[in-house]
Design a protein around this ligand. Structure first.
Ligand SMILES: Cc1ncc(COP(=O)(O)O)c(C=O)c1O
Length: 412
């Protein structure tokens, strides 16, 4: 049985097409291949990134700022493109911090999150003056010592692991026992001591989860987050100036999933801003998003190099696969593997279709690009395209596995 229903290119309306071929930034895949001199690549469409930023801005009140979580796609042209469109960058390593600074983002608008920051990373972040999202009491103590050695006051936001979770998320990052952040109840104890510590408490980072397509789950998390933020501000020894409200806006990957409708999320945020107007006055409020801004803008394109039939299954064997696109193979957080939307990029529709399983060149049964999909009949030299691939692509993939050539990227 085929896994998907309507052809992907009919659902994935973000890209134009011409003569039955898909266009990214106005280019066909063959043209992009000629530009790059490669026949396996990621291509990102800047117009789609712009549309996603515009969707956020239209729905979320201007009082709430937009930060981009670089981990989703740190490709340098993408960062440079997003720099003037967003209000800040969130980074998860020293390398990402350097990228953010070099893209011209002010240190004040960069936050550095993630467990297990080394002394070298903390020192670099203190020197740069970025805001450190502190993940544990031990990390806070190390920051105090390092700051004193450097004669600099670290800028810190306590990352809180709230008692609640973001329900129905692809990845839950709060509630219960977590390596991320400091448990809510411990934060309250820490606040009683922080006035005597040699740090500048900028505020709090309350990030509950990612990849959420349920407005009601986001609304509930926002309600709980605002309430917790007000409680933490009230318990702070001096008024903080920053609350990161988290993120979690998802994008549709699989059959049956729909684009996140922000109408009710928007109304709820407006209401919450009024309700907490006094409690959170003069505090910068931030939502931090990764994939929502970039994932739909990207495709992964590779070429069919072989076609074979094995005991009734037709395989398209491609020059790209899991080593470039781990998430699409189902090995980056999925419990049961599902197909990303795929198409034959140079032959979007045809009267002659067939069910195929698309695989990559790796000698492992995990290297699946799409399992049992009904597509226009394709053969050697045709383009296989994986949609929704603009986030967690090359940098989230084991590119050296089996030593095949690395993938290239282009923003158009
Ligand atoms: C702290 C933090 N911020 C932002 C993100 C980005 O999530 P997404 O790409 O789903 O928006 C993550 C994802 O793991 C995260 O851990």
């Amino acid at each position: 049985m085929s896994q998907s229903s309507a052809p992907a290119h009919e659902q994935m309306s973000q890209f134009k097409q011409h003569s039955n071929a898909m266009l990214i930034g106005g280019y066909t895949l063959s043209e992009l291949s000629t530009l790059l001199g490669k026949d396996v690549f990621y291509a990102y469409d800047r117009a789609v990134i712009n549309q996603q930023v515009a969707r956020f801005r239209a729905a979320v009140p201007a009082r709430i700022k937009l930060h981009y979580a670089i981990k989703a796609n740190p490709y340098w042209p993408v960062l440079q493109h997003l720099k003037p469109l967003v209000d800040g960058f969130d980074v998860a390593s020293q390398k990402e911090m350097l990228l953010a600074l070099q893209a011209g983002m002010a240190a004040h608008d960069i936050s550095f999150a993630g467990p297990g920051k080394t002394d070298a990373e903390l020192t670099a972040a203190i020197c740069a003056g970025v805001t450190l999202n502190v993940e544990s009491e031990g990390e806070l103590q190390r920051l105090c010592q390092l700051g004193q050695q450097l004669k600099r006051r670290p800028q810190v936001a306590l990352r809180v692991n709230p008692a609640f979770e973001l329900k129905a998320s692809g990845m839950k990052m709060a509630g219960g026992a977590k390596p991320f952040g400091i448990d809510e109840e411990q934060v309250l104890l820490l606040l009683a001591k922080i006035a005597d510590m040699p740090v500048n408490l900028r505020g709090f980072h309350i990030f509950c989860g990612s990849q959420n397509l349920k407005p009601e789950a986001l609304i509930e998390a926002h309600q709980l987050t605002f309430a917790l933020a007000a409680k933490l501000v009230a318990a702070s020894p001096y008024k903080p100036d920053l609350i990161n409200l988290g993120g979690g806006f998802g994008i549709p990957y699989f059959a049956g999933e729909k684009r996140l409708d922000l109408t009710e999320v928007s109304a709820s945020l407006k209401h919450l801003l009024q309700q907490y107007d006094d409690a959170l006055s003069d505090i910068e409020l931030v939502i931090e998003l990764g994939r929502f801004l970039v994932a739909e803008a990207g495709v992964y394109a590779c070429k069919v190099v072989d076609k074979k039939v094995s005991r009734g299954t037709t395989y398209l064997v491609c020059n790209g696969g899991l080593h470039h696109h781990l998430a699409n193979s189902g090995n980056f957080g999925q419990v049961i593997r599902k197909n990303y939307p795929v198409a034959i990029g140079n032959k979007l529709s045809s009267d002659t279709t067939e069910q195929v399983t698309i695989v990559g060149p790796l000698c492992t049964p995990l290297d699946i690009l799409a399992d049992r999909v009904e597509l226009p009949k394709a053969g050697v030299g045709d383009w296989v395209v994986v949609y929704q691939s603009g986030a967690y692509g090359p940098t989230a993939s084991p590119q050296d596995f089996l030593g095949h050539p690395a993938v290239v990227e282009i923003l158009v």
